[in-house]
Design a protein around this ligand. Structure first.
Ligand code: AHG
Ligand code: MN
Ligand code: MN
Length: 332
């Protein structure tokens, strides 16, 4: 049995980064406890507030955000943080070393129905001479992430973590320790399982409609095999499934709001999940470019996402080889 702290030590993770990950997990454990109590703790339901995305905040969105903020700002290593639930970055210790970007509660529409949610995080180094209060400090290319991961609050709480040396799963034990339960996770290259919110079908680009249409034709269609479909409406749960047994997950650009590149957010959903997927041998793309190659322009920037089993994502990309449309322009 290997504890998260022991694992990080054995793999020569820099002490300060290991300490920061430990702090993040202290916060996530508190989130897990609140979620487990659910209705008993009075944490279900919505607040009267909307966040910068224009979405009504659930009580747990705010509770999780406040917990992460409190634990992180108490750690002098943290120079600043940015969150889905904060309009602007929050400065930490001016002498701190790290920036942390997070989605405190992903899939929050699932909270009230007792279905899986998660916390997603991305860790960056504070650039020389920069301040944790400045948005520009956070707008770093996804390949500069020092570490990325999520905690899935499912039947058990599971941390998926990468520090750039592969992906590992750690399960939260009753002792409060995260214990290594799966090492060197690899996404199978092929799959027969896709995840997309089919209710948006009429708003997609033709290329996406054609690709999904071909999957639906099954063994009689051009793909020559029958596909299964899943949609949990929690990116953490979908990515965990993809990391565990393969698959393709996509939330593409659509015409409901054509000026936006997509629904998901680059800095605290797209980038950390893409680092995990690439570290596990999968591909993460906007349908036009690798997500980790995008140059971020704002902290709450949106992005089109297609990620998972390498062969399947590559096939999807072949349907998107015309880069002249608005979706391509917004996602390149
Ligand atoms: P969040 O709860 O952090 O706002 O993120 C929800 C995201 C993502 O987790 C999920 O894949 C997607 O929104 C679901 O969207 P639909 O409800 O449109 O399917
Ligand atoms: Mn989210
Ligand atoms: Mn969220």
């Amino acid at each position: 049995m290997l504890l998260l702290s022991q694992y990080l030590k054995h793999h020569k993770t820099e002490d300060t980064l290991a300490e920061l990950i430990d702090t993040l997990m202290l916060a996530c454990k508190e989130v897990a406890i609140q979620l487990r109590e659910g209705e008993l703790a009075g944490v279900l339901g919505s607040t009267d507030n909307t966040n910068v995305q224009g979405e009504t905040q659930k009580k747990m969105d705010v509770i999780a955000n406040d917990l992460l903020k409190k634990f992180l700002l108490d750690n002098p290593l943290v120079a600043g943080l940015a969150s889905e639930e904060e309009d602007l970055p929050v400065a930490g210790n001016p002498d701190g070393k790290f920036l942390v970007i997070f989605d405190p509660l992903d899939g929050s529409s699932n909270i009230d129905i007792n279905v899986s949610v998660g916390t997603i995080f991305s860790i960056l180094e504070l650039p020389e001479g920069a301040s944790g209060a400045d948005e520009s400090a956070y707008l770093q290319n996804g390949r500069k992430q020092l570490a990325a991961g999520y905690v899935l609050y499912g039947q058990s709480a599971v941390l998926a973590l990468t520090t750039g040396q592969g992906v590992n799963f750690f399960t939260l034990a009753h002792t409060g320790d995260f214990i290594l339960t799966r090492e060197n996770v690899q996404v199978p290259t092929q799959t027969k399982e896709f995840a997309i919110n089919m209710s948006n079908h009429r708003f997609w680009e033709d290329s996406m409609r054609t690709y999904i249409g071909d999957l639906l034709e099954g063994s009689e269609g051009p793909r020559g095999k029958n596909y299964n479909m899943r949609w949990i409406a929690s990116m953490v749960a979908e990515v965990h499934r993809v990391l565990t047994r393969g698959g393709i997950f996509t939330y593409p650009w659509d015409q409901r709001d054509p000026g936006k590149p997509g629904k998901l957010r680059l800095m605290y959903e797209g980038n950390p999940m893409s680092m995990l997927i690439e570290q596990a041998g999968g591909i993460a793309s906007t349908c036009y470019i690798n997500i980790l190659d995008l140059e971020p322009k704002e902290i709450h920037q949106r992005v089109s996402v297609a990620l998972g089993s390498a062969d399947e994502v590559n096939t999807l990309l072949e349907y998107h080889n015309d880069h002249s449309g608005v979706a391509a322009q917004l996602n390149s």
